[in-house]
Write a protein that binds this ligand. Structure first.
Ligand code: ADP
Ligand code: NA
Length: 295
């Protein structure tokens, strides 16, 4: 089996479902509350494991019940959590308000994620042995940079999801093989909005390959090795919950690429995985298994 390491966040999503989100100073009564395992790191780890890779997760949970539940969720999907630390204090949480249109506003409290400021010898070893390293920006930048550096020195493909969107240090870009922003993140990184083709071309000045995900419109792939960006359409489906669509997409894409599949095949397969996940509620719990994606 192909080996993938994820260096990233684990959060418990605390989701309040309301008709209209409260404005500052206002109180509203909602109709439902759910706690859903999440964090972009944990989501990508579950997606990649279910898609058929041997996945190791580096990160941290707290000493509370959320931490125990996140560990169980990761283990339940077959993710190796030997390097997932438990640090004194709360697990990371995302406080999410979802309104009747499905629009959401989110506050993230990093909690234990904030304790991952550097890597251990064992962390570096498990990155060096992997085919791919999956990074996002929900851990302290010092750890993200260290992970990217270890991957670069060992010829491990680094796939970076630049979320939450922010200016990227040049050292991180230099170590990134494939950048996978959604269209909002691509706009933040380039200052170009509403023109993913031009945004993709601009990003190629910084990284060798880019995939911009475009929700129901699919994705756009650009590479320094080819003249024109290529669009891959998403299968037409009825979306129920798009939370974690991007993470499902990246996890499956990483697995297909690590298995040596050509980029367009890999993107098509990842699009199938993401389309399956948006047809079911939840993030990690909605991610499909390899057999379902193949079908
Ligand atoms: P994110 O979840 O990071 O915001 P996107 O919304 O761009 O990312 O979605 C990532 C991928 O998930 C898309 O490129 C597409 O393949 C798939 N996807 C998202 N929404 C839908 C949808 N409504 N129908 C089909 N596929 C979707
Ligand atoms: Na999403």
């Amino acid at each position: 089996m192909t080996r993938i390491t994820v260096l990233g966040s684990t959060n418990m999503d605390l989701v309040a479902y309301v008709t209209t989100a409260p404005r500052s100073g206002e109180t509203v009564t909602g109709h439902e509350f759910r706690t859903i395992p999440g964090g972009k790191g944990a989501n990508q780890a579950v997606a990649a494991a279910r898609a058929g890779a041997e996945v190791a997760m580096i990160g941290a949970v707290g000493t509370d019940d959320f931490g125990r539940r996140l560990r169980a969720t990761l283990e339940g999907s077959g993710v190796d959590i030997d390097l997932l630390r438990t640090t004194e204090g709360p697990t990371g949480t995302a406080h999410i308000v979802v309104d009747r249109d499905g629009a959401n506003s989110i506050v993230v409290i990093p909690g234990a994620n904030g304790s991952v400021t550097s890597l251990s010898h064992a962390d570096r070893a498990v990155i060096a042995e992997a085919r791919s390293l999956l990074l996002q920006l929900e851990l302290p930048m010092s750890a993200v940079l260290e992970g990217a550096e270890v991957a670069r020195r060992n010829g491990v493909r680094t796939i970076l999801t630049p979320a939450p969107a922010q200016p990227l240090p040049s050292q991180l870009l230099a170590a990134t093989d494939l950048l996978v922003p959604n269209e909002h993140e691509a706009a933040t990184l380039t200052g170009i909005s509403g023109d993913p083709q031009r945004a993709a071309e601009a990003l190629l000045a910084q990284v060798p390959e880019v995939v911009i995900t475009l929700g129901a419109r699919g994705c756009l792939y650009a590479s320094r090795a080819q003249s024109e960006p290529v669009a891959v359409l998403a299968p037409p489906v009825t979306a129920v919950d798009t939370t974690g669509a991007g993470d499902t997409f990246v996890g499956a894409l990483a697995v297909a690429l690590a298995e040596g599949r050509p980029m367009i095949d890999a993107l098509t397969w990842a699009s199938s995985a993401a389309a399956l996940s948006v047809q079911r509620a939840g993030a990690a719990t909605s991610m499909p298994y390899r057999g379902e994606i193949d079908a």
